[in-house]
Design a protein around this ligand. Structure first.
Ligand SMILES: [Zn+2]
Length: 148
């Protein structure tokens, strides 16, 4: 309805300060068109798109890990996601890599105070505290995909 009136506003009088109502209409129209364009620019928030994005991120993470040692922080910078998100992707990546006969090798985290190594840790995240000296300064684990 505002759009219907636009050619009249622009063609006959234009948005000028002497005609405050038309100016207001014009500004409303500009606001409306801007919002519409912005809305259309946004990806539709449906599950399929989300799944596709996830797949792409995982694919990027897998590529980043191929024959290269990376910490979760390295990976988060490489792919542009949060460190926490990297930890969420890692178990899925380990499974999909394993299905191709490859393996995610983990260099275990190590206590930076006493040197305790967290061998055989199942989780990908960094441990909070050293069981030996109780220190919380723990080196990040790093990961790499080893081809069979
Ligand atoms: Zn320690």
């Amino acid at each position: 309805m505002i759009a219907d009136r636009l050619p009249v506003i622009i063609g006959n009088r234009g948005p000028c300060s002497t005609n405050i109502f038309n100016l207001l209409d014009y500004l409303l129209f500009v606001k409306w068109i801007t919002e519409t364009v912005q809305e259309q620019a946004l990806p539709p928030a449906n599950r399929k798109v989300r799944a596709r994005e996830m797949k792409t991120i995982r694919q990027q993470l897998i590529e980043a890990l191929m024959d290269r040692k990376m910490t979760a922080i390295d990976l988060s910078q490489e792919v542009g996601i949060g460190e926490k998100e990297v930890y969420e992707h890692l178990p899925h990546i380990a499974r999909s890599v394993a299905s191709q006969g490859n393996k995610v090798a983990v260099e275990p985290p190590r206590c930076l105070k006493c040197g305790f190594v967290f061998e055989g840790r199942k989780r990908f995240t960094r441990p909070g505290r050293c069981p030996k000296c109780r220190e919380t300064h723990i080196q990040n684990p790093s990961y790499a995909i080893r081809r069979r």
